[in-house]
Design a protein around this ligand. Structure first.
Ligand code: HAM
Length: 449
């Protein structure tokens, strides 16, 4: 006998059976409804892109170590998108003259990262992205935070279960330049070190810092930033902070944003976290990651921030953007942890499906004609093709949980009638085809609690 092929998907990839997909679509549809309330429009871009648009400003690690690269033609490197933001930047720049700003867009791409598969991380995954472009003000960042809070609240989650951990890269720039005296060109290295902290063992982390910085003030400063729990905590950890620091854009922007969160009454969902800087190079302002506050799900659910310069990859015109990517897998793990997914979501509801059973196959055409008529009235309809064993057909209908079965045989066909059976009450009657739709509505209305 020949060896049979594996039925398993590739490592890190997932098959979505209908019940899995129902859950995912329920999450996406609920978030699309929230996006509608904020007037976001949906777009799509290709899964394959030229590698250059990611290589320039995403992250070396993402592009060189974690990407699926396709080389079909010599000298041409394509990438299966590891994230969406550079594609969004490309699309916006291409139509920057005609698009009315600010632009609010949502997309649900499938992304690819060659990562070690683990809880909440796959090599192929779906993300929901929402971004605002062409709006400089901190109110755009605030809007994104409000959306995140609305999303969690809509699913029934509370501030005890999730937090948006936020920071501002310009604030870290100000600390680096005006307190720690880090040379400007080495600031990205500070970001990288802060971003790596949670991903390394203590000893490995210490070595990583020492390999990159020798200056004790800077080394201690990085530790202080990592450990600080509030803005006051940071300010107390450093001596002799100059007025220049307090006047800097980074400090001013961060304190204004903290005030905006208070005024919007969403502070309870947000924690200032100076160690959060994000691993992607293009961020410039407010950055954030959303985590489960419990121990069950340790990886980020959302990640995002403001990117002022990403679009300059494609033109000289500066258009700023801010937004997030949410991993649907991580979000559904979070919802499961807190029991926020109703059981019925996973099962298809057949109650309103009209089930047609036929006594024999002489009535096939009549059955199919009836089905067309019922679907034309927007009722889902299943025709049982076993055309003989009525008992089996009715028990299948019962198994599915349908409310109405139509039974037809040669007599019904001859008289242009149909026998309609209410599966809950077991009542049945034979009626004219002309009154069938009204009768269906009656039975559905009667059965509603
Ligand atoms: P990111 O932090 O790389 O940001 O990804 C955002 C979210 O995508 C993560 O928080 C996580 O839930 C999910 N995610 C990332 N990698 C995986 C994976 N291997 N498997 C499953 N889920 C994953 C970005 O991608 C930015 N482009 C987001 C953004 C939009 N920034 C501004 N606008």
């Amino acid at each position: 006998m020949s060896k049979k092929l594996s039925t398993q998907p590739l490592r890190g990839m997932e098959d979505y059976y209908p019940s899995d997909l129902r859950e995912i679509n329920w999450i996406i549809d609920t978030i699309r409804d929230i996006a509608d309330l904020y007037s976001y429009e949906e777009f799509e871009s290709p899964s394959l892109e030229p590698i250059e648009i990611f290589a320039a400003k995403s992250s070396d690690e993402l592009v060189n170590e974690q990407s699926f690269i396709v080389e079909k033609k010599k000298g041409e490197k394509l990438i299966l998108i590891p994230e969406l933001t550079p594609s969004l930047a490309r699309m916006i720049t291409a139509k920057r003259q005609e698009l009315k700003k600010p632009i609010r867009w949502i997309s649900v791409p499938t992304c690819y990262r060659y990562e070690r598969p683990q809880k909440g991380r796959r090599r192929e995954f779906k993300q929901i992205n929402m971004d605002i472009l062409g709006e400089n003000s901190l109110y755009a960042d605030l809007e994104i935070f409000n959306i995140i809070v609305d999303i969690f609240s809509e699913f029934g989650a509370t501030s005890k279960q999730f937090q948006i951990y936020y920071n501002n890269r310009r604030f870290i720039d100000s600390v680096c330049e005006l307190i720690l005296q880090v040379p400007k060109e080495k600031i990205p290295l500070v970001y990288k070190i802060l971003d790596k902290a949670d991903k390394m063992e203590d000893s490995e982390y210490e070595k990583y810092i020492l390999d990159n910085f020798q200056n004790e003030l800077i080394i201690q400063g990085i530790y202080k930033l990592k450990e600080a729990t509030s803005l006051d905590d940071i300010l107390n950890k450093f001596d002799d902070i100059s007025d220049d620091f307090y006047e800097s854009k980074g400090y001013q922007e961060l304190t204004s944003f903290i005030q905006l969160l208070k005024d919007a009454e969403i502070s309870e969902y947000c924690t200032f976290s100076p160690g959060v800087v994000r691993g992607l190079d293009y961020y410039t302002g407010i950055v954030y990651e959303v985590f489960d506050t419990g121990k069950e799900n340790v990886r980020s659910i959302f990640g995002g921030g403001r990117y002022d310069d990403l679009l300059t990859l494609f033109s000289d015109e500066k258009i700023t953007g801010t937004g997030f990517g949410m991993g649907i897998l991580m979000f559904s793990l979070f919802l499961k942890t807190y029991d926020l997914i109703p059981e019925e979501i996973r099962e298809k509801d057949y109650t309103d499906t009209i089930y047609i059973s036929s006594i024999n196959d002489d009535v096939t055409n009549f059955a199919l004609k009836l089905a067309r008529m019922i679907r034309a009235e927007d009722f889902p309809c299943i025709v049982d093709y076993r055309f003989s064993n009525l008992k089996n057909q009715l028990s299948k209908a019962n198994e599915l949980g349908v409310l109405i079965v139509l039974i037809i045989g040669p007599k019904e066909m001859e008289q242009n009638k149909v026998t309609i059976k209410n599966m809950r009450t077991e009542e049945q009657e034979t009626i004219e085809i002309g009154s069938l739709i009204d009768k269906i509505y009656d039975i559905i209305d009667e059965s509603e609690p």
